[in-house]
Design a binder for this molecule. Structure first.
Ligand SMILES: Cc1cc2nc3c(=O)[nH]c(=O)nc-3n(C[C@H](O)[C@H](O)[C@H](O)COP(=O)(O)OP(=O)(O)OC[C@H]3O[C@@H](n4cnc5c(N)ncnc54)[C@H](O)[C@@H]3O)c2cc1C
Length: 468
């Protein structure tokens, strides 16, 4: 049996590609600890509302992955223009930042010094070849100290916790933050952006008609139609290592323990949990200390059901104010109004935290109360009576955290795993990579092809896509 651990997009893509490459469906079993598939990219349904857990737009540079996505989702695809803003001092400012919207929204007195400090920073950087040492340095290099302080410092503090940007690796900035360049802004403003450039492409994106979870539903349908099995409520607890091979796994299914003999394993579960599940432990004295030091941010999604057609034209709005609990909210009607009952919408609020944070254990009722009050009072978009209900969902391991030492830790773990002959790592947490759906799909695809002998690529070497 080929055991695929985790039924997120990476695990499902691996299962689907194995079947396409000729592995009989009956030999593939996907184990998922939750009661439903989709992992971090799920669409939930409640009382006639459908909503995603966090904004998920589809964009990729890979034509092959895009083709696969189209093949799975067609014809149920929408094409959307990106509208996203930052809630800054009680007003909405376009994001990604451009010099024009900084001037328009901050006014000349504040934006003048900010753009001046940005320009001085760019000039300084021409003479500075040293790499930034942490995320704060990287963001200041990119935006200058004043814009960093205004738009990035508090937001990242909320998102990542701890000491914020100073204790994080600069890697995240290169991977995720769209540049503010004067020339691009001028081209944008006069409508001369190069068609097909990465920046102009990320301003439009595709979205499945039934929400981002449509992708995993389509993958699962095809796997099941070919005889593959997806077992939910099946948490992988223990994996036996015999010499250089994984031979058995034990799952916990609602208190019942079951064992399976396995020939091969493709894992998308968090890499540190995988380290701890293998017994006897991999023969590397450093592996468990390395794994135990990896950090994640977990996420609480608070959904409010609103008796009003739409709150904002934005698909999502970033909120950096430290006094507000959430970092971002999305308005589902700006994705697809058909996902809500007529004349209504749902708003999805994201709160990141650590599990030892008391907020992780706050009751659902308390969260709905806190977020409704913060939103109604702080934002002035709607009256309280328009909030007709709410739901709360918690997602473990939403963001791998790039601490300053994460690369050393990953190096140790990957070196040890490379010695296991019948294991491949895929996906966001399987590889501990702050990636998007396309990258998760790519790693699943490659792992399946490696198994079938069609490719010989280490999934850890698969490049990441730019998202902005
Ligand atoms: C708020 C938010 C917004 C995002 N926005 C975008 C976006 O706009 N565009 C985009 O492309 N991407 C976006 N992403 C990223 C995208 O969600 C992920 O890249 C993708 O869903 C990861 O899929 P995966 O299969 O690699 O991992 P996961 O979805 O994490 O799947 C892993 C699965 O393994 C299961 N599992 C864990 N432990 C065990 C165990 N012991 N036994 C069995 N099963 C286990 C989990 O329950 C999970 O289902 C966003 C992510 C978040 C959190």
């Amino acid at each position: 049996m080929i055991a695929v651990l985790g039924a997120g997009i990476a695990g499902l893509t691996a299962g689907y590609e194995l079947i396409k490459n000729g592995v009989p469906g009956k030999e593939i079993v996907i184990f998922e600890k939750e009661d439903e598939i989709g992992g971090l990219a799920q669409t939930k349904a409640y009382n006639g509302f459908k909503f995603d857990l966090g904004p998920h737009r589809w964009f990729t540079r890979s034509s092959e992955i895009d083709q696969l996505w189209n093949e799975l989702n067609s014809p149920e695809i929408l094409y959307l223009e990106r509208h996203t803003r930052i809630w800054y001092k009680n007003r909405l400012i376009n994001y990604p930042l451009s010099p024009f919207n900084v001037i328009k929204n901050l006014g000349i007195s504040k934006s003048g010094p900010a753009l001046f400090s940005y320009t001085i920073q760019r000039i300084k950087d021409r003479f500075n070849n040293a790499s930034p040492q942490n995320m704060e340095e990287a963001l200041i290099r990119q935006f200058g100290p004043a814009l960093y302080k205004a738009f990035f410092r508090d937001y990242n503090q909320k998102l990542w916790g701890g000491e914020g940007c100073r204790e994080l690796s600069p890697d995240w900035v290169g991977q995720r933050v769209k540049n503010l360049t004067l020339s691009q802004a001028v081209f944008d403003a006069i409508g001369l952006s190069k068609k097909g450039s990465v920046d102009s492409l990320t301003d439009r994106f595709k979205y499945p008609v039934n929400g981002c979870g449509q992708l995993s539903e389509k993958l699962a349908q095809r796997i099941k139609n070919s005889g593959g099995a997806i077992i939910c409520n099946a948490e992988v607890k223990d994996i036996t290592l015999s010499g250089k091979r994984l031979t058995h796994l034990v799952i916990n299914s609602g208190g019942y323990v079951e064992g399976y003999k396995i020939d091969y394993c493709i894992s998308s579960i968090p890499i540190d949990n995988l380290c701890r599940a293998i017994s006897p432990a991999l023969p590397s004295a450093d592996i468990l200390p390395a794994a135990n030091g990896l950090r994640y941010r977990h996420m609480i999604f608070v959904v409010l059901f609103i008796d009003a057609p739409r709150i904002t034209k934005d698909q999502w709005v970033y909120v950096q104010d430290p006094a507000i609990s959430f970092n971002r909210f999305m308005d589902m009607n700006s994705w697809n109004p058909a996902l809500s009952p007529p004349g209504m919408t749902s708003l999805v609020f994201e709160v990141t935290c650590d599990k030892r944070d008391a907020r992780w254990n706050l009751s659902d009722e308390e969260w709905i109360k806190v977020i409704s009050e913060e939103f109604v009072r702080g934002f002035n978009f709607i009256e309280k009576r328009k909030v007709i209900g709410g739901n709360v969902y918690r997602k473990s391991h939403a963001y791998p955290v790039y601490t300053l030492d994460y690369k050393n830790r990953l190096g140790i773990i990957r070196d040890a795993f490379r010695k296991v002959e019948n294991l491949q790592l895929i996906g966001r947490n399987g590889l501990f990579r702050y990636n998007n759906m396309d990258h998760s799909m790519t790693t699943g695809l490659i792992a399946a092809r490696n198994y079938s002998g069609n490719t010989h690529i280490d999934t850890a070497d698969v490049g990441n896509e730019f998202h902005g």
